[in-house]
Design a protein around this ligand. Structure first.
Ligand code: HEM
Length: 453
């Protein structure tokens, strides 16, 4: 853990990035590949200033494991939530994702036990069922759009796991509401100049309506669960029962609804992108795909369960490699509250620290042949000794993704279920993406599937 005992004042300021300002403006808004250009020109830590500090906050771009550790491992309140979190908070209320450190701590203490590796088994496994329905639909083979299929599958499984509701019928409309809400908040966060929040712009009104529609679903489910403790919605019941172990304080209805909403928002696009990219990559690497199929075939035809994951080690390696090459969250941002040391430099108070996950995961100084899809780099032997901060698709440190175990479990089971029964051939050479906030496939992602039997 980083402490504040370093004499921060004695450290040199982070060097300025040499790229001309006009180009930097564009690169900063290109959330994935922009990071690589910034890293290549300025090194693993560099400062970007668009004007005087009192007018525009400076940005420090960090892409080295050491620097990222210095930013993310802090447990004090000196490296805080910022821009995007503020916008999400304003739009969707106080949730685990957006709360500033001090008010976040009790919420995290209450929610953490619900999301341990052991606990997520209680509300996961829905992905196996959703993936099985994908297999049944495509048993006769044909041309599929992996983007559409994986989004549908994720919505179906997330609805069941998080809310205890079958969203299949409403999947498209819910996805549209989520898209409207998240792209509005991300777009605002990335604007150098923003319209005041009280101004009722059409985009803002649409986003508010979308959030209100989503909230209807969460509060309806919460009320149903409060009225009927036997209702099959284990995560909602777990949130009702959750208390802060230090104070015994339970979550309010508003807290629960906000968190359910954020689980849907934070979990949907990210999980769908991970699965789509992994299947697309398998569709180009038949040998790897056959190994995944053989691993899953060992379980016969029965539904795969969380108990099977320890024997799906290679499938997990494939997922990790997919998350390395195409991290659904390309980066993260924090705001310094005071001067702090990062990578041997001083980062001044009121600076936005941009952690570049995408550039970190593809850095030729850290990875051998970084652009090659090679799941063996995540074998136990090869992973041994790797810096813990070199691979961080879920971020790391105290504010890492609470849904990590859940997402890994769900995507592992889904991939194994699909590849066990269907052979996938990817049609497109490239995997086009859009990065409105998290990275999503800019579909269609064409593939041909055929039955393995
Ligand atoms: C492959 C799937 C996923 C990826 C790659 C991912 C990635 C991330 C990342 C990078 C963060 C840090 C964001 C930041 O600091 O600004 C985060 C936070 C978070 N994620 Fe995920 N996520 C995934 C799935 C999920 C799922 C399924 C859920 C919920 C069920 C979830 C809920 C959250 C929440 C609530 C936070 C905020 C945690 C906190 O601040 O304490 N995520 N996620």
């Amino acid at each position: 853990m980083v402490t504040t005992t370093t004499n921060v004042g004695a450290l040199p300021l982070v060097p300025k990035n040499p790229i001309p300002l006009r180009r930097l403006v564009k690169l900063v808004r290109t959330l994935d590949i922009g990071q690589e250009a910034i890293r290549d020109a300025g090194g693993p830590i560099s400062r970007i200033t668009f004007g005087p500090k009192w007018l525009v906050r400076p940005i420090v771009a960090v892409t080295s494991p050491d620097g990222i550790r210095d930013v993310l491992s802090r447990t004090d309140a000196l490296s805080e939530r910022c821009i995007i979190h503020d916008e999400v908070r304003n739009m969707a209320g106080d949730s685990l994702f957006v709360l500033p450190t001090l008010s976040w701590q009790p919420r995290k203490r209450a929610l953490q036990p619900v999301f341990t590796k052991h606990s997520v088994r209680n509300f996961s496994g829905q992905m196996s069922r959703a993936a099985e329905s994908f297999v049944v639909r495509w048993r006769d083979g044909g041309a599929v759009d992996l983007d559409v299929e994986c989004r549908r599958l994720t919505m179906q499984s997330l609805g069941r796991s998080v809310l205890g509701v079958d969203l299949t019928e409403r999947a498209d409309i819910i996805a549209e509401h989520m898209h409207v809400a998240s792209s509005y908040t991300a777009d605002r966060a990335l604007r150098p100049v923003r319209a005041p929040r009280w101004l009722p712009t059409p985009a803002r009104r649409r986003a508010r309506l979308a959030v209100a529609e989503l909230r209807k679903v969460t509060s309806e489910m919460l009320q149903k669960c409060r009225a009927d403790p036997t209702l099959d919605a284990p995560l909602v019941h777990a949130l009702i029962a959750a208390t802060d172990p230090e104070t015994g304080q339970a979550l309010s209805d508003d807290d629960i609804c906000n968190d359910l909403l954020i689980f849907m928002l934070a979990g949907h696009d990210t999980t769908a992108t991970a699965l789509t990219y992994a299947l697309w990559a398998l569709g180009h690497h038949r040998g790897v795909q056959d190994r995944v199929a053989a691993e899953a075939a060992a379980f016969g035809d029965r539904e795969l369960t969380p108990d099977d994951v320890p024997r799906l080690g290679y499938t997990v390696q494939v997922l990790r490699e997919a998350l390395r090459l195409q991290p659904p969250a390309a980066g993260g941002a924090r705001l310094t509250v005071r001067d702090i040391p990062v990578g041997g430099y001083r980062v001044e108070a009121s600076t936005i620290m941009a952690v570049g996950i995408y550039a970190l995961h593809r850095d030729p100084a850290l990875w051998d042949r970084p652009l090659v899809f090679d799941p063996d780099r995540f074998s136990p032997e090869t992973s041994r000794g790797r810096d813990r901060w070199q691979f961080i698709p879920f971020i790391a440190g105290p504010r890492s993704c609470i849904g990590e175990h859940f997402a890994m479990l769900e995507t592992t089971l889904a991939m194994a279920t699909i590849v066990r029964s269907l052979e996938i051939r990817s049609v497109d050479d490239a995997f086009p993406v859009a990065v409105p906030f998290t990275t999503v496939a800019d579909g269609p992602i064409h593939a041909c599937v055929s039955s393995r039997n």
